[in-house]
Design a protein around this ligand. Structure first.
Ligand code: ADP
Ligand code: MG
Length: 254
């Protein structure tokens, strides 16, 4: 069975989609068969990062949730722009076609049974190694089922007080849901902060491992969500951090 990795954060705008997309690309470039499922119906964006144009999208995860299609009909192979030299593959299940549709369809969330069924079908039909879920934020009927099926949860936070509380609550809840392993990614750290101190402090605070620390990056902002950082700047320290996060996440493989 594929390793199931939701990328989650308590608040919006913490870098979930950036981290999910770059992590997926890193794993595919290492030869893994990877599928990203965008369950964030409120603010879909990861399809742009992964190079899938709005007008190339037919069925979506939202259509699957509402029983308008089968999950494989909402699955797109986005491998081509990765220039792989290994056997890796990257698939995407986009959340919904366009922002205009989000308002029509918002409110429907995948229940656990339907989510598990989609996961099993994708893992078997595409012989996946890894399934990455780009989740919505918060703890609600949309996100809880996705968190519940995690093998390893990647929880993204920023260094501010709100995130401290939201992250603690999330870690408590996923533990109660029976999730065996959660790792933290600290994003948008001010450039001058020493990473070793942050790592120590955050690991002590939450009693969970930090898989990576990503500084605020003007280069990342400048890509404007239209190109993957690890493809554009493969030698950049942040790309090394994405590879490090991938390595930590795979350590949870059974
Ligand atoms: N380390 C970073 N440095 C600069 N900008 C970032 C960084 N991480 C994320 N961003 C930007 O912040 C915004 C929110 O990121 P996104 O991945 O869409 O968040 P989420 O999916 O959690 O809502 C995007 O414009 C993204 O490009
Ligand atoms: Mg997002």
């Amino acid at each position: 069975m594929a390793l199931i990795i939701p990328v989650h954060a308590f608040y919006r705008g913490r870098g979930k989609s950036q981290i999910a997309a770059n992590l997926a690309a890193v794993l595919a470039m290492q030869g893994k068969r990877v599928c990203v499922v965008d369950t964030g119906l409120q603010a879909p964006s990861i399809h742009t990062l992964l190079g899938l144009d709005d007008d190339a999208i037919g069925f979506t995860f939202d259509d699957y949730v509402q029983s308008r299609c089968r999950i494989l009909q909402a699955t797109y192979d986005v491998t081509s722009r990765l220039h792989l030299d290994a056997d890796g593959r990257l698939f995407l299940v986009p959340a919904s076609r366009a922002l205009s549709q989000v308002y029509i369809s918002a409110g429907a969330a995948a229940d656990l049974e339907r989510l598990v069924s989609a996961t099993t079908t994708l893992a078997n039909a595409l012989t996946l190694d890894v399934l990455i879920f780009d989740t919505g934020s918060g703890l609600n009927e949309e996100t809880l089922p996705v968190l519940a099926i995690a093998d390893t949860l990647v929880l993204v936070l920023r260094l501010d007080n709100n995130d401290y509380q939201g992250t603690s609550v999330t870690l408590d809840v996923v533990q109660q849901l029976g999730v065996m392993r959660s790792v933290l990614v600290v994003n948008e750290v001010p450039a001058a902060y020493p990473h070793s101190e942050i790592q120590q402090q955050v690991e002590q605070t939450y009693d969970h491992a930090v898989a990576g620390i990503i500084p605020h990056s003007d280069e990342l902002t400048a890509l404007a969500g239209s190109e993957l950082f690890v493809l554009h700047y493969p030698q950049h320290p942040i790309s090394r951090t994405f590879r490090q996060i991938a390595e930590v996440v795979l350590q949870g493989d059974r």
